[in-house]
Ligand binder design. Structure first.
Ligand code: NAD
Length: 497
């Protein structure tokens, strides 16, 4: 059985701990590897390595750091088939979807290639007589990232290309459910010429996370995962005086207006609710049918959900793969049971889905509920599976209220043919990312990604301009070079004359 180690100082590192966790192929239910779970001592050793590498890397001209990113980009492209297959084998999502997620990560690397331009700073000549002032952004030190299972390439790549390009060193703690893609990316970074110790991986669970939080040499923490853990990370990093951004869970609504192009809305919802088996933080799990469109919407959705092709991620015909683990499958099925008990109308029931030859895989068919009410658990909680809830709203205002009252605020979209409705909605929605006739409004790498409310704890979103701000600190220098000028001490607040 393969053992997945840590990656430290440019090479594999076994560490002290003998604890491991099992890694499975969700399509077959077979165990494919075991991954090391680091001890506090292991983590401290990794951080010490990253700290040692910091000064040299921080002092490299940004152009040299950018050149490593250019090379890394080439290597990802060259190895994209292999990386994609690794994602499919441990996460379960279908090949083309996995490839798309890798591309979205690659785009952050492309953005990071422009780091010299982004670190240029600002200069004012003569802020006062013969006094100049300029502001620069400097790297922080050792930054850490903790990532979820659902995007084993993309989410780590929201973080480390930006952190490294800004001159920091980085310790990544990937999800213990699918760590192999990160390990391969670490090798590619080394091949791209990244000095040893700049990018490190420590595999592990809560113990490793807690060790990263309490280690004083880790100065900034980026987290993506579920809301309870995001809140825990935010609070404890703040207590330990770290800069922190902690992205949490979601319950994304899609508002379907009566004037919309229904085919577009239905197709958009199908991809957004059932793509990646609903295991996306931008998945749409609630459709809000406004006015009289509910019956037609549910009828069209039901036909398509019943026809969904569920199968292993490597099968070209599969539209939806299995869920990530047996435990997660049981949790998602449990939510469908709860929805029925709560009185929602189960229109399509995927719980008994079975696939010949793959009886041990973690499959579930698409599920569709109608007449879901806002006090039901299936409406309030994140299910993170292929379960779409249709809620009826009498008008636009009621739909907007639902969106704004929900505790999560990651993404939302509206389908309408009316520009005024679309504009008002985007203006009033208390949500971080809004789509108008776009079902999954994930910002491109040169914008930034992040939600509102309990979908993000902290002030800054990820990658794009916010990424540069998060991974650097601002310094402003004011200088003059007086020749022969002798002035008396000044005891009043200096003002520029
Ligand atoms: P998770 O919160 O269980 O795990 C995330 C990370 O935290 C993992 O690396 C895990 O090892 C670690 N962790 C788990 N329990 C911990 C604990 N008690 N103490 C310390 N660390 C712990 O999330 P997941 O199941 O891997 O991922 C799914 C979740 O991530 C969903 O809620 C999804 O919405 C969210 N997500 C959010 C975004 C976003 O951008 N907002 C993006 C992707 C995923």
């Amino acid at each position: 059985m393969k053992t997945i180690e840590h990656f430290v100082g440019g090479k594999l590192f076994s560490g002290d701990s003998n604890r491991t966790s099992k890694v499975f192929n969700p399509a077959t239910g077979e165990q494919t590897a075991k991954v090391k779970l680091a001890s506090t001592k292991d983590v401290n050793q990794v951080v010490a390595n990253a700290k040692k590498a910091f000064e040299n890397w921080a002092n490299k001209p940004p152009l040299q750091r950018a050149r490593v990113m250019f090379k890394f980009k080439e290597l990802i492209e060259k190895n994209s088939d292999e990386l994609t297959k690794i994602i499919v084998s441990e996460h379960g999502k279908v090949y083309e979807d996995a490839k798309g997620s890798l591309t979205r990560g690659l785009e952050v690397v492309e953005y990071a290639c422009g780091i010299p331009q982004m670190l240029k700073g600002e200069f004012t000549e003569n802020v006062g007589s013969s006094v100049d002032s300029w502001s620069i952004r400097q790297p922080l030190g050792v930054c850490a990232g903790i990532t979820p299972f659902n995007f084993p390439a993309m989410v780590p790549m929201w973080m480390f290309p930006m952190a490294i390009a800004c001159g920091n060193t980085f310790v990544l703690k990937p999800s213990e459910k699918d760590p192999s893609c990160s390990m391969r990316l670490a090798e590619l970074l080394k091949d791209a010429g990244l000095p040893d110790g700049v990018f490190n991986i420590v595999n592990g669970d809560k113990e490793a996370v807690d060790a990263l939080i309490s280690n004083k040499d880790v100065v900034a923490m980026s987290f993506v995962g579920s809301t309870p853990i995001a809140k825990y990370i935010y609070e404890n990093c703040a207590k330990n005086e770290k800069r922190v951004q902690a992205l949490g869970g979601a319950k994304n609504h899609c508002v379907v207006m009566p004037d919309c192009d229904l085919d577009q809305a239905v197709n958009g919802l199908m991809g957004a609710a059932y793509g990646s088996a609903g295991e996306r933080c931008m998945a749409q799990s609630v459709a809000v049918a406004v006015g009289g469109i509910g019956d037609k919407l549910v009828e069209s959705l039901a036909k398509k959900v019943e026809a969904l092709k569920v199968g292993p991620g490597m099968d070209k015909l599969s539209e939806m793969g299995p869920l990530v683990t047996k435990e997660h499958l049981a949790k998602v099925k449990g939510y469908v049971d709860i929805g029925e008990k709560e009185g929602a109308k189960l229109i399509v029931d995927g719980r008994n889905f079975k696939l010949q030859g793959y009886e041990n895989g973690y499959y579930i068919g698409g599920c569709l509920f109608d007449h879901v009410k806002k006090d039901m658990r299936i409406y309030k909680e994140e299910i993170f599976g292929p379960v779409l809830s249709v809620v009826r709203a009498k008008d636009f205002d009621e739909a907007l209220q639902l969106v704004n009252d929900h505790e999560f605020g990651n993404g939302v979209s509206i389908f309408t043919r009316d520009g005024d409705t679309g504009r008002t909605f985007s203006n009033k929605a208390k949500i971080g990312m809004v789509g108008i006739n776009i079902p999954i409004p994930v910002p491109m790498a040169f914008h930034s990604f992040g939600g509102w409310k309990r979908s993000l704890f902290g002030d800054q979103h990820m990658h794009g301009p916010e990424g540069v701000r998060f991974y650097t600190k601002l310094k402003t220098i004011t200088s003059r070079w007086p020749t022969g000028l002798r002035s008396d001490p000044e005891f009043v607040m200096p003002t520029m004359k």
